[in-house]
Design a protein around this ligand. Sequence first.
Ligand SMILES: Nc1nc2c(ncn2[C@@H]2O[C@H](COP(=O)(O)OP(=O)(O)OP(=O)(O)O)[C@@H](O)[C@H]2O)c(=O)[nH]1
Ligand SMILES: [Mg+2]
Length: 352
Amino acid sequence: MFSFFKKKTVTPEVPPAPVQQPAPAAAEPAAAPDLPPDTAPLAFEMETAPRPESKQSWMSRLKAGLSKTSANLSLLFVGARIDDELYEELEAALLMSDAGIDATHYLLDALKRKVKDEKLTDAAAVKAALKTLMIDLLRPLEKPFVLGRHQPTVMMISGVNGAGKTTTIGKLAKHMQAHGQSVLLAAGDTFRAAAREQLMVWGQRNNVTVISQESGDPAAVSYDAVQSGKAKGTNVVMIDTAGRLPTQLHLMEELKKIKRVIGKGMEGAPHETLLVIDGNTGQNALAQVKAFDDALQLSGLIITKLDGTAKGGVIAAIARVRPVPVYFIGIGEKIEDLQPFDAEEFVEALLG
Ligand SMILES: Nc1nc2c(ncn2[C@@H]2O[C@H](COP(=O)(O)OP(=O)(O)OP(=O)(O)O)[C@@H](O)[C@H]2O)c(=O)[nH]1
Ligand SMILES: [Mg+2]
């Protein structure tokens, strides 16, 4: 198995301990003290690429997942003349890939300029130029995922129904455990017994403590989990939340409250506020990023199910319109199917 972490250390950044005492779990509890700075472990940065032996299978599966788009885009350039017709076809292919109007026009304009400036006449060179432009567009979304700056690092995970939140939490937990990080999960999805059970069963199987409450308030469950993580010296607390649509305004309000209450349990928490997106959602993914970011000020995205019928272009729309970092992408259910986002690798899969 490849390593998910770099050995790189990052200066601990534990906030000063406030003076209030911990309060019992309640809808809006008071702030509680963090652990003193000297208990902060060394920070780890997620590795940006898997080891070569697994990298090959990862790439081939990512390519297979995005094959619809890559076939459309690659075919355009085969024996093509560099003329308006090519640009029109390219525009259609980018729009089809879910890149959206803004990113599509941005890429086309930049490509036309580059072709002119560099006097490109060969279709392969134009394709290479498009690749470079796409990598440049997506690179700002790359961001290493750092653990160990806080004790515990508190992560809140949100997203629409069925996006892959719980599965992703499971995969992340295993990666973290494999690298000596202790993990505690909070079943913030208190609506459905099945959701709680899914996490409880998974926790038992994987030796991870799961904090859950029957018919509880998700904010109170999250608060309890943060308190428990602090008391036990757990490295990471991950808070699962129930799936919801951005149009369900009361549920979006509830998410804001969960975040607020987590902050009362530990100053500065949650340290990561993540949105999980189903890669097959198409252009609606951008609407999800906007809505969840407006509500929660996201620190990062995780895009799942890029192994299915995903078109992949929506990531370009995200880069242009709401550039929230993409920490990980997922191409399946297994632990190694979740990897850090790498712009170059992604564009390679998208453009071949
Ligand atoms: N093919 C594929 N399936 C995935 C991936 N990630 C998650 N899934 C599947 O997507 C389905 C939903 O996953 P969950 O993790 O339960 O999604 P969720 O966001 O927690 O769902 P709710 O809690 O109901 O909102 C499950 O069948 C997962 O196995 C992925 O990367 N690829
Ligand atoms: Mg779930």
